[in-house]
Design a protein around this ligand. Structure first.
Ligand SMILES: Nc1nc2c(ncn2[C@@H]2O[C@H](COP(=O)(O)OP(=O)(O)OP(=O)(O)O)[C@@H](O)[C@H]2O)c(=O)[nH]1
Ligand SMILES: [Mg+2]
Length: 344
């Protein structure tokens, strides 16, 4: 499954309704005077984070969103009704940028957050507003103000709880396939995975959304291999699962290569909690296991999990370790976010 995580959308808020020119005319009432009402405001364009969406795929089919024009004012001082708003429904985690794709307009991180992207034009004044001592019968009313139009870009960073990183062929996609219903492509060559895959794993009655991204190699931050452009997908995860293949000649070197790329990418990735696993453990005999485990432990400064998606060894332990970290880091986030919820 490919994640459409960018969309370009044209929005336009509604024009204001025109003010009305009208005079009070009743048979037995002299000096009726002007009674043209004001036009209604145009509708606004909103963005709202809603539940139940996890892609921007809807925006492939509809790219134009226009709010309604305000209703014109009418006689007898009747003000026109406000034009109907239009709301772009997006998944939580969507960021909205200006057309340049750099200026952030809003960041909708939680379900229920709303942001006004464009305000409707004000309605025009009806002729009752233009009555003066010297002009008792103004034949003038304002047109409504035009709505605002712009092109915006929606960008969704998948909000996975855990992100799998590692060199190509480390067994990342195989792990995702083993713990979730996702069916990523798996093969015995590097760069099998060309775009992120998401899966939902269950452990101890909890659900974890896990993202599998393409492998990183030395120089990825400079665009070598597929580069680091998919690391954005794991920026918001609570924990990383770092897989080092037991088939690596030097697991320590493999570990350091990926750590270096994570640090070069920045954005807090290298400070994220990391669960480290020596994957494809089933391919080693007892002596090699010991040796490679020790080497990796020395490089990382802590003991890795022995993992085999083929035999199931260590799979539950890995999920449990991920769940434990996610619990903690999500808690930290929700505390921090209350003060910094609207970044616009
Ligand atoms: N024996 C054994 N083979 C494994 C295990 N996990 C993965 N493999 C094999 O290793 C190869 C690579 O696995 P993938 O899951 O495609 O590796 P990846 O890390 O997703 O690779 P990229 O997408 O290219 O970065 C495949 O041939 C898998 O069958 C394991 O636990 N045991
Ligand atoms: Mg893969």
């Amino acid at each position: 499954m490919k994640f459409l995580d960018q969309a370009k959308v044209y929005i336009r808020s509604g024009d204001g309704g025109a003010g009305s020119v009208s005079f009070r005319r009743e048979k037995f009432i002299e000096f009726g005077g002007p009674d043209g009402g004001d036009g209604g405001r145009g509708g606004d364009v909103w963005a709202e984070a809603v539940d139940g969406l996890n892609t921007l795929i809807d925006y492939r089919y509809q790219q134009h969103f226009k709010a309604q024009t305000g209703v014109h004012g009418m006689g007898r001082n009747r003000t026109g009704a406000k034009g109907a708003d239009v709301t772009l429904k997006v998944p939580a985690g969507t960021q909205i940028y200006e057309e340049d794709n750099e200026t952030l307009i809003c960041d909708l991180t939680e379900v229920g957050q709303r942001f006004r992207l464009a305000s409707g034009g004000n309605g025009g004044f009806g002729n009752q507003h233009f009555k003066t001592s010297t002009n008792q019968a103004p034949r003038r009313a304002n047109p409504g103000l035009p709505g605002e139009e712009s092109t915006i870009r929606l960008r969704l960073k998948l909000i996975a709880d855990a992100g799998i990183v590692g060199l190509p062929n480390a067994g990342k996609s195989t792990f995702l396939a083993a713990v979730s219903a996702a069916k990523p492509k798996i093969a015995d060559y590097p760069f099998t995975t060309l775009h992120p895959n998401l899966g939902v794993a269950r452990i101890d009655g909890r659900e974890l959304v896990i993202a599998d991204i393409p492998g990183l190699i030395e120089g990825a931050h400079e665009g070598v291999g597929i580069g680091d452009r998919f690391l954005g997908h794991v920026e918001r995860t609570g924990v990383l699962l770092h897989l080092v293949s037991a088939q690596e000649e030097s697991p320590a070197k493999a570990y350091r290569t990926v750590r270096t790329e994570l640090a070069a990418y920045g954005n807090g990735l290298s400070e994220k909690p990391e669960i480290l696993a020596l994957s494809k453990a089933d391919t080693l005999d007892a002596a090699d296991r010991k040796k490679k485990l020790a080497a990796l432990k020395r490089a990382a400064g802590r003991a890795p999990v022995l993992l085999s998606s083929a035999t199931g060894e260590g799979v539950e332990a890995t999920l449990r370790a991920l769940a434990a970290e996610i619990g903690q880091s999500r808690l930290r986030e929700s505390k921090a976010e209350t003060s910094d919820r609207w970044r616009s």
